[in-house]
Design a protein around this ligand. Sequence first.
Ligand code: PBG
Length: 347
Amino acid sequence: MISFSKPAINYPRSIRPRRLRSTSTLRAMVRETELNAGDLIYPLFVRHGTGRTQIRSMPGVFQLSVTEAVREAEAAFGLGIPAIILFGIPAAKDPVGVENFAPDGIIQQAIRAIKREVPEMIVVTDVCLCEYTDHGHCGLLNAQDGISPPPGRSLPEGYVLNDPTLDILGKVALSHAECGADIVAPSGMMDGMVAAIRAALDEGGFENTPILSYAVKYASSFYGPFREAAEGAPKFGDRKSHQMDPANVREALREAALDEAEGADMLMVKPALAYLDVIRAVKQSFPELPLAAYNVSGEYAMVKAAAANGWIDEARVTLETLTAMKRAGADLIITYHAVDAAKWLKG
Ligand code: PBG
């Protein structure tokens, strides 16, 4: 029998945090962080052809035809999601990835179609080489046809060349802007990528197109399902020569500072869930720049797998996770759960 009459523990009885948790209205009044559909950016994978193809490791996520992508963008916008981010799967790959900046490339077609049908939707485009190159790397490689290493330096075969890649990134970003992209988002972690893209955009007359830099992007194992989705896995090696070591946070501030100095309009930390401390640190050091967090494919796949087994409640876990990312300091969240989350938020 438990006795309620004589309290054994001494604590300040007049101070009771539970007073503010007694009803849902009161809890809502004192809530510190609010998650809204307007915070979300919805990633779409676009490919040639018709219809849609389910991505095996990302239930509910598809490779879409241009028509299907328009449909998906319309539905998302109707739910209050203000932006999509586009990833393209080209018809053919080569060492440079020429479809990346082709006027009729898959992304170029998708941007034009979405801006025509859903003009108010903010179209963000991922700017990288890895989905377009036959080797699957984020830049031009040493010892490929027609590409030589910077003078005076000997680099290992297969090393991702920095400066030759910058020219291509500038071309890609400009071609996206010419098709109507609202924001370009370089994700390749090349040094100087923001400056190169800013220069290319300005020269092309797009000085008003903002850059959302994947400023702090880790060499993470959480990208596994994305590489199936975008067919952009490296054919050999890894991305550790350019993406960050998961052990580092001070280096994140260095990357963010450089990108700000180069003219980035918004910053990103990626992945999100295992890097909430990094989101916090970047927000504290760069409070004036909008910060996005990328809730990546592996984070999505883990939730989906556990939910499919009935081990967790997908809606509640997802909203809790997204709220945590905002609480950590993210202003915007890129998430495959965007459409579902927007529906769940409506209740
Ligand atoms: C590179 C890119 C990647 C992701 C977004 N942009 C893959 C990589 O760096 O290997 C990963 C996103 C995710 O896992 O959801 N274009």
